[in-house]
Design a protein around this ligand. Structure first.
Ligand code: DAH
Length: 360
């Protein structure tokens, strides 16, 4: 007869040694299955005397229970181990750097960023965006804006002219965004509140001038708008754009053919180690030109100057970008150097809004 104690030792050792659930099942079948060693032992009870059956039966059943418990306990351990192994194999390493898609690697040029910022700020004040063509007529670029024929102010614009057309008139690359004022007044009845961002061209090139550059024009026309409104709009704009609580402005009398009175606006700043900060300091920096729209311009655009009035302003966008984001050489804006753009550009999904923050 098989020694029960020996069988117990063997069976429990085999259960403990089962490395996985399949091996454990094989051990279970080998001991407790129909033809298993413990079942075979149980089958011997029938041939025993009633006394032996009593004592042996109790021992064999105790062994059976023990083996069943050991199998169940081992199964629990193996299942827990298998789960642990799976979890650690399937772990996602959240510290891995994110692989950026090609789309996210691209950068928004600082000029586009500043245009988006301007648009967000002025849209909040009720302005819409107006546009005009880069190739403009002499009439819209100069004459309607009250630059008389032969006036020296025309010469100051270093204009790129096209050869004369069949009508003998020369088209030109617009030298400022002011002709969009003309187009707006000719096509839209007051009240008018627009900004006109866009490309402008002059035959000029050095560290702070490029033949193509960017301006934004502002125009407000209605029956009551006055210079106080102009000052408020500019102050709100400058505060929002430079993201400061207050700005000090200085209006210097100036001359533009299309405004009367005309002014140039300086903003107080502090220059330190080549850095410029707004909203503090004792220095002044010229930022823009502005004024009340000249009655001749209103008349040239079909508006009655006795009924309508308003203001206009013009700002260099490139200069605004340089001042806000600390870029010193304007020419780099147009060199399409991917390294420069990676450094100074903006992430495409960080669109500037007043609510979410302009510059992120
Ligand atoms: N057009 C001017 C320039 O390019 C800028 C300017 C000044 C625009 C005063 C305006 C203004 O609308 O009122 O130099």
């Amino acid at each position: 007869m098989t020694d029960i104690a020996e069988l117990e030792t063997e069976t429990l050792a085999a259960i403990a040694a089962a490395a996985d659930e399949a091996a454990l099942e094989a051990v279970r079948v080998g001991a407790l299955g129909k033809k298993g060693s413990i079942s075979a032992l149980l089958a011997t009870l029938g041939k025993m005397s009633p006394e032996d059956r009593k004592t042996e039966g109790a021992k064999i059943n105790a062994l059976k229970d023990k083996a069943q418990e050991a199998v169940a306990a081992r199964r629990d351990v193996l299942q827990a181990e298998a789960l642990e192994k799976r979890l650690s194999a399937e772990t996602v390493d959240v510290t891995l750097p994110v692989q950026e898609s090609g789309q996210e690697l691209g950068r928004i040029h600082p000029i586009s960023q500043v245009m988006d910022e301007l648009t967000a700020i002025f849209a909040d004040m009720g302005f819409s965006v107006a546009e005009g063509p880069d190739i403009e007529s002499d009439d819209y670029n100069f004459t309607k804006l009250n630059f008389p024929e032969g006036h020296p102010a025309r010469e100051m614009h270093d204009t790129f002219f096209f050869p004369p057309g069949a009508d003998g008139k020369r088209k030109l690359l617009r030298t400022h965004t002011s002709p969009v004022q003309v187009r707006t007044m000719l096509s839209k009845a007051p009240p008018i509140r627009v900004i006109c961002p866009g490309r402008t061209y002059r035959c000029d090139s050095d560290q702070t001038h490029t033949p193509m550059f960017h301006q934004v024009e502002g125009l407000v026309i209605d029956e009551t708008t006055h210079m106080g409104h102009l000052k408020w709009v500019l102050e709100e704009f400058l505060k929002a754009f430079f993201e400061v609580k207050s700005v000090k402005m200085r209006f210097r009398p100036s001359f533009f053919p299309f405004t009367e009175p005309s002014a140039e606006v300086d903003v107080q700043c502090r220059r330190k180690d080549g850095d410029i900060r707004f909203g503090e300091g004792e220095d002044w920096m010229e930022i823009l030109g502005c004024g009340m729209v000249h009655p001749n311009v209103l008349r040239n655009c079909g508006l009655d100057p006795d009924k309508y009035q308003g203001f206009a302003f013009g700002v260099g966008i490139d200069r605004l970008a340089m001042l806000k984001y600390g870029m010193s050489d304007l020419r780099a804006f147009f060199e399409a150097d991917a390294r420069w753009l990676t450094h100074y550009g903006f992430r495409p999904l960080d669109f500037p809004t007043l609510a979410g923050g302009l510059s992120g």
